[in-house]
Ligand binder design. Sequence first.
Ligand SMILES: O=P(O)(O)OC[C@H]1O[C@H](O)[C@H](O)[C@@H](O)[C@@H]1O
Length: 267
Amino acid sequence: MTPDTHTLHNAFGTVSVSEYGGQVLSWRTADGRERLYTPPNPILQPGRALRGGVPVCFPQFSGRGSLPKHGLVRTLPWRLRARTESALILAIGDDDTTRALWPHAFELVQTVVLDAGGLSIALDVGNRGEAPFAFTGALHTYLRVPEVTACAVHGLQGREYEDAADGSAFKRLDGALRVTDEVDRVFAGAPSPLRLDYGDGTALDIAQGGFADTVVWCPGPQLAAAFTDMPADDWRRMLCVEAASAVVPVAVPAGGHWQGWQRLSPV
Ligand SMILES: O=P(O)(O)OC[C@H]1O[C@H](O)[C@H](O)[C@@H](O)[C@@H]1O
């Protein structure tokens, strides 16, 4: 059965969110420009992560633990909890599948808002159990770009990062971040906002809160050629700028909540 996709259209554009993974799949600004990358023929298969849009990674970022890569919720059904003229709210809680791998009672509530400020996605992590838990995670945003090698990400210059594409070596970024090959960088305690200059006279401001880190990822030509779920040359069409808490796990006390968000504002 194809999971439902919910679409919201207002004066500021159109956004679509799938119940599969609670994943934002498309965001068009009022000028009709698609701002998120998804492959032309996305592979929708139960249990398989859907590439593109904004996957929600929880309770584990990437391979930083013993759970499946990027955690559990990107391959599970979420449900629409509410919608307004400017927001779609989706939620997921623990079930037998999640408890078998991660024995905690949780509820995630994702609020996707389309307004004059652009697109904002807020994630509320609730601990419904009687003991504290800790998680890592991210809003793994795939930004659509006209040509990634023409782009520059400003705001991270002078910052130290962990280079996951080079044995997790720690390095320092000189100048703007540019992409000519594989990039997989974790900036701990990253500043906000960043500015993505598309290289065509337009830009996107990327702000975040709650999430401590920013991860910038592009597979580059070699990795992309090995992917079965996107065309080999599409590494040029995407750049992931992810609001993440990847380095230091977030602790949520019993009955407590944590909130993190990312906001994308066209300039
Ligand atoms: O291919 P996926 O499982 O969706 O992961 C895609 C990417 O996510 C993050 O950005 C990680 O830093 C990368 O190392 C990883 O390759």
